[in-house]
Design a protein around this ligand. Structure first.
Ligand code: PMP
Length: 427
């Protein structure tokens, strides 16, 4: 039995041994010591219902016994070899992904994180098209590496503020603007895309986009938007990279969010929920595009047996328990409850957004600074009531609800009741 040092001890060691940039949620953060499906436990035994899932990661629940058993079994049998040796789990995983990915995407290159998957996808697009430039949406987040940070629109996550030179990137306004009708915001974004393509389409390798922006504040475009994007890109030979790192594997009510729009991207990147907490990520593409990736490239840990078996167990669980349908159904319950709260507290100007179990509620949408302060109050008060929720958005004033997809109706009822009480205290 481990002796816990408690939140104060952990904080003290973080301050001493982590980089100063390392941040944490909460004024009085708990020390988390145990997970059980949709629940997390503090060192003092307090149970929290997790509505953030480690930022969309543990879709299949914390320490899901059906998955953990298969991970442990593989860990005891064959742990690591590297892709230079033949093993079965990674080829089975690639085959399995080919069966569920949108369009004709049938080949996957395995890596270990979302940043790495996007980095690989961007490089692949350059190799395939022979072009160097990229298009990305404003307020996007695609990763922490040099190239992926260059296509990240959210200033907060551009750790190096002088970064722009890593690639020629043109940012397009996202298909959302507070106070603007959704179709109008979509059309504005398309007009900017059309202008960028007319100006330098021949120099652009790919456009990278999140089907629903996560860290940007849970921003879903109008349903027609990505089909139009794809049509325009094709006219200029520009590839579409869908960053499904937050949206993939059932979260939005479909296996991949691009399925909602009926769009087949040229490249899909995936991470987070695929391993349910064990690092496994990848970028998938078609036979033709994959053929352009010819020079030697290998990932030491990418597609290792433990990660691959875990991902196969995650996919089995998602399919057996019909988690995409569940996300759609419970997402509607959550959305209904949040909209009810928006109507009950008009003075808090709650803007409810998203799809499935990827929901956001912007607080004081017209006074973002005030909203950001209130969001911190709400997070703290909800934690004290036993609910962990997230926050994101350009101004950090968006409450984020991205729970494990195994969450129950009663958990959502409980969350909404607690949130109602917390918001009543603020309003
Ligand atoms: N893309 C998106 C949409 C993300 O949300 C994130 C992480 N929040 C990343 C890429 C980067 O993933 P990772 O942290 O695994 O490198």
């Amino acid at each position: 039995m481990q002796t816990y040092i408690g939140p104060e001890g952990v904080l003290q060691k973080r301050q001493q041994y982590f980089y100063p940039c390392t941040s944490h949620f909460y004024r009085n953060p708990p020390q988390l010591v145990k997970g059980e499906m949709q629940y997390l436990y503090g060192h003092d035994g307090t149970r929290y219902t997790d509505f953030f899932a480690g930022v969309s990661v543990v879709a299949t629940g914390h320490c899901n016994p059906e998955i953990a058993e298969r991970t442990a079994e593989q860990l005891r049998t064959l742990q690591h070899t590297c892709t230079i040796y033949l093993t079965q789990p990674n080829v089975e995983l690639a085959e399995r992904l080919a069966g569920i990915l949108p369009g004709r995407l049938s080949r996957t290159f395995f890596v270990n994180s979302g940043s790495e998957a996007n980095e690989g996808a961007l490089l692949l697009a350059r190799l395939h098209t022979g072009r160097r430039g990229f298009l990305a949406l404003e307020q996007s987040l695609h990763g922490r590496t040099y190239l992926t940070m260059s296509v990240t629109g959210l200033q907060m996550w551009r750790t190096d503020p002088q970064l722009a030179e890593a690639a020629d990137v043109t940012f397009i306004p996202r298909p959302y603007e507070r106070g603007m009708n959704a179709d109008e915001a979509g059309r504005r974004s398309i007009a900017a895309l059309r202008a960028a393509l007319a100006a330098k389409g021949g120099e652009i390798a790919a456009m990278i986009a999140e089907p629903i922006q996560g860290n940007g504040g849970i921003i879903a475009p109008p349903d027609w938007y990505f089909a139009e994007v794809k049509r325009l890109l094709e006219q200029h030979g520009v590839l579409l990279i869908a960053d499904e790192i937050q949206t993939g594997f059932g979260r939005t009510g479909r296996m991949f969010a691009m399925d909602r729009y009926g769009v087949a991207p040229d490249i899909v990147t995936m991470a987070k929920a695929l391993g349910g907490g064990i690092p496994v990520a990848g970028f998938a593409t078609t036979d033709e595009i994959a053929a352009s990736f010819t020079r030697p490239s290998a990932s030491t840990f990418g597609g290792n047996p433990v990660s691959s078996v875990t991902a196969l167990a995650v996919l089995d669980y998602i399919e057996a328990h019909r988690l995409p349908e569940r996300a759609e159904r419970l997402g509607a319950q959550l959305r209904g409850g949040l909209e009810h709260l928006a109507a009950r507290f008009p003075q808090l100007a709650l803007d409810v957004r998203g799809a499935g179990l990827m929901r956001g509620a912007e607080l004081c949408a017209d006074e973002p600074q005030r909203g950001a302060g209130l969001v911190d109050d709400v997070l703290e008060a909800m934690k004290d009531r036993g609910y962990l929720i997230g926050k994101n958005g350009v101004n950090r004033n968006v409450l984020a609800f991205q729970p494990p997809l195994v969450i129950a109706e009663a958990d959502i009822d409980g969350l909404l009741a607690a949130l109602e009480a917390v918001l009543a205290g603020l309003a």
